[in-house]
Design a protein around this ligand. Structure first.
Ligand SMILES: [Zn+2]
Length: 68
């Protein structure tokens, strides 16, 4: 069983659904969860807010190159 804990508000999520990236962030804060599996290994969950930040510069470059 997987256990995911929000580093900000401390809410804990349980279940294999945490394997899916869309379930790896806190419903309240939107932060990536600290997910622990049976072996005690901890991974940081996917956060849609982090992903958006990384995508912004790419989109801007693409737009500029399309104009010229
Ligand atoms: Zn939270």
């Amino acid at each position: 069983m997987l256990k995911g804990k929000c580093p900000k508000c401390g809410k804990v999520y349980y279940g294999w659904a945490l394997k899916a990236p869309r379930n790896q962030f806190c419903n309240i804060c939107g932060l990536g969860l600290e997910i622990t599996d049976d072996s005690g290994e901890t991974i940081t969950g996917y956060s849609p807010f982090d992903a958006m930040e990384y995508k912004v510069p790419d989109t801007d470059k693409t737009r500029k190159s399309q104009k010229t």
